[in-house]
Structures are given as C-alpha cells and as structure tokens.
Design a protein around this ligand. Structure first.
Ligand code: NAP
Ligand code: ZN
Length: 356
C-alpha cells in the first residue's frame, strides 16, 4: 500500500520550508524502502527552491544526499536486505535504453528522473526528496555504503552529490595523478570534497576563494596551505600559469576569463558550479588558443561511478566535513548557505529531529 511520511517542503519560490506530508509508493518488485537517517543540504536545493534554474513544481521537497537504513525490500531485490545501510543521490530513475544509460552515465539520460522535482507519471506527480523520514527507490539507483564508513554516517550523505560531482570530472580528466597541480574555485560543499580527493590522489592542491578568511581555515581543516584570494589581483597575477587543472564549484556568476589565466599550457578548467539560469561564460578565444587551454563541464556522475567513489572514500576514510542540524533549523541553514557560511556541508539529522 502507498503510505504517507512526514517531510519538509517549500510551497512557493523564495518561501520558507515547513512541515508537510508526502505519499510514498507501494513497494514495487525492485524497490528499496529506506528509513532516512541523514540528508545533506546542497546548494542546488537552495537554487531550486528559489526557482533559479527554471520552473519548479511546488510543493517541492528537496534533498538528494540521502543515507538510511533499509527497512523493506521488494521481492525482486537482490543487493539489499533489511538492516543494510544504503544511500541515494540525485537520481531515482532513467530510461535504461539511451546511449548515456548504456554507457553507465545515467545522469546524461534525457529522461532521467531527479530525486526531487522530477516527473514521475502524470503531469501532476513529481518526485519528493530526502528532507523526509522515508523514501522508496528502485534498487539500481541505491548505493551500498562501505562498512568502513558506517561509524561516520553523518558525513556520508554529501558524498552522493558533492562527492560524485567532483570525483567524476577529476577521474575523467585524469587528475588522479601524483603531483598534478589542481586549483579549486569556491570552498564550500563541492569545493571541500574536491580538495579531499585531490589530497588523496597526491595532487598539489590550491584553494582559490573569494573569502580571505578561508585561508587559515583551509590549512586547519583540510591541511591545504596553497591559497589564492580571487579578489586580490596581485595574487592572481603571481599565480598565472601555475595550475594543470581547475575545478570550478562557484554557485554565482563570475568572470571566468581571469581564472583561465591560472592554467599552464594544455590546462583544463572543469566547471560544475551552476549559477542562475541565463548566466553565460565569457572567455576570449585567445585565453584558450595561446596556451592550448580547454574548458569543460560535468554533471554529477553515473551510478556505477558513484559506487566506485563511495568505495574509494571507504578505503581512504574520506567523508564530508559537516555541521549537523535538525529539520526544524532548515530555514536558518538555507540562509547561512546563501551567504557561503557553512563548514562545509549542512546535514540534517532526521532521528534527532523527532516526528515533525
Ligand atoms: P556552496 O557550499 O554554497 O559553495 C559554493 C561556493 O561558491 C561558496 O562557498 C563560495 O566559495 C563560492 N561563492 C558563492 N557565491 C559567490 C560569489 N558571489 N562570488 C564568488 N564566489 C562565490 O555550494 P555547493 O553545494 O558546493 O554547490 C556549488 C555549486 O555547484 C552550486 O551552483 C550547485 O548548484 C552546483 N552543483 C552542481 C552539480 C553538478 O552536477 N554540476 C552538482 C551539485 C551542485 P568561496 O567563499 O570560497 O569563494
Ligand atoms: Zn546536490
């Protein structure tokens, strides 16, 4: 039988999130029912609640960095059993037949279903995300959480979006090489994950931040001492042609051309930050041509690679550095995130939040 569970939803653009009831479907053959333990708060949640990327189907229940305990499984489920610790990221379905799905990069399927605000069947039904006590998801879109991370579950949810969104382009562009010089623009949720992967790969990591106070913080919390303040033209000038790669995680519009100058010959900038709809990237062709530079983009990652990333995090002991909040504190968390004031990811503790 379908069942209702409690959640937090926004019912209008810019509106506050408040308690809501959502219906979860009856368990299908290949479905997994998760009792949600933690859910991370991604900047994409804030952007979509505020309808920055295009039309949203309200009420919207955000949340795509989900960790939970398996409560029930459908009769056809083979990977999970009740009691297992599992995780769900940004997608809950895809067509399974297109070239992207066949390549295992379901995130590029034109018919992919996002974990929230995704069209399910009729024009009236949309997926509802992880700011909730329960979720029902098709087995093939649920990942295993390695045993080594079971005692660090608060920091695991963000791996499902912030983690895979940075790991995937770093692997695709072969940044996992000892000594590769990697710059990370924006020290927030995605940025601090890229920094941790960079350290695990043996990269020479440089943080490029608009906030000079993050210099000491990066050294203390991430062990990274190379720091450039993007608002300091002299420091930016001194760093010209010192990087092999840049991972851009900034959520706001910016002057991309000045960052391209930091790349050495043949350097690649991968942008993953997604500013409001209508934002354009402006780069003079000479900034690319004369140093053989490239610019690329990347969206989350496929399911197989997400599992690979989780396994890598298990081996290396990598989790997100988090500030744990209760569901009832969500609006203050959004407010702080909008001001880039979070070290480095808010995570909602569902059990500590009571029944709401
Ligand atoms: P976040 O924690 O808020 O971090 C974003 C960082 O961007 C901030 O910490 C800040 O870093 C920088 N920033 C923000 N406003 C700025 C401004 N006006 N000028 C310069 N820098 C500014 O956000 P997040 O969760 O990491 O997400 C980052 C972006 O990636 C968002 O746009 C999000 O929607 C997007 N995203 C994309 C994907 C994908 O698949 N491509 C997946 C998830 C998220 P400093 O203070 O260090 O400058
Ligand atoms: Zn996200």
């Amino acid at each position: 039988m379908p069942f209702t569970t409690r959640a937090y939803a926004a019912s209008a653009p810019g509106g506050i999130l408040q308690p809501w009831s959502v219906e979860r479907r009856n368990l299908l053959d290949s479905d997994v029912h998760l009792d949600i333990l933690y859910c991370g708060i991604c900047h994409s949640d804030v952007s979509q609640v505020n309808q920055e990327w295009g039309p949203v189907n309200y009420p919207i229940v955000p949340g795509h960095e989900i960790v939970g305990r398996v409560l029930r499984v459908g009769p056809g489920v083979t990977k999970f059993k009740p009691g297992d610790i599992a995780a769900v990221g940004c997608l809950v379905d895809s067509c399974g037949a297109c070239s992207a799905c066949k390549k295992g990069v379901e995130c590029y399927c034109a018919k992919r279903t996002p974990t929230y605000n995704g069209k399910v069947t009729t024009g009236e039904q949309y997926t509802k995300g992880g700011y909730s006590h329960d979720i029902v998801v098709k087995e093939s879109f649920v990942c295993r959480v390695p045993d080594a991370l079971h005692d660090k579950l608060q920091g695991v949810g963000p791996l499902l979006c912030a983690g895979i969104t940075t790991y995937s382009p770093m692997m695709r562009h072969s940044m996992n090489r000892k000594g590769a010089r990697i710059g990370i623009i924006g020290l927030g949720g995605l940025g601090h994950m890229a920094a941790q992967f960079g350290r695990a790969f043996g990269n020479e990591v440089t943080i490029i931040s608009s906030n000079p106070s993050k210099k000491d913080e990066a050294e203390r919390l991430l062990g990274i001492s190379n720091f450039i303040c993007s608002k300091d033209p002299e420091a930016m000038g001194r760093a010209a042609r010192t990087l092999d790669y840049i991972v851009d995680t900034v959520s706001a519009p910016k002057t991309m051309a000045m960052y391209m100058e930091l790349l050495d010959v043949g350097g690649v900038l991968v942008t993953v930050g997604l500013p409001p709809h209508g934002t354009e990237i402006k780069i003079p062709p000479s900034a690319l041509i004369f140093q053989q530079r490239s610019i690329a983009g990347s969206l989350i990652g496929g399911l197989q690679e997400t599992q690979e990333m989780l396994n890598f995090c298990g081996e290396k002991g990598i989790t997100s550095i988090v500030e744990v909040v209760k569901m009832q504190e969500i609006n203050q968390a959004y407010d702080r995130m909008s001001r880039s004031d979070v070290k480095y990811r808010f995570v909602i503790d569902m059990k500590a939040s009571g029944t709401f």
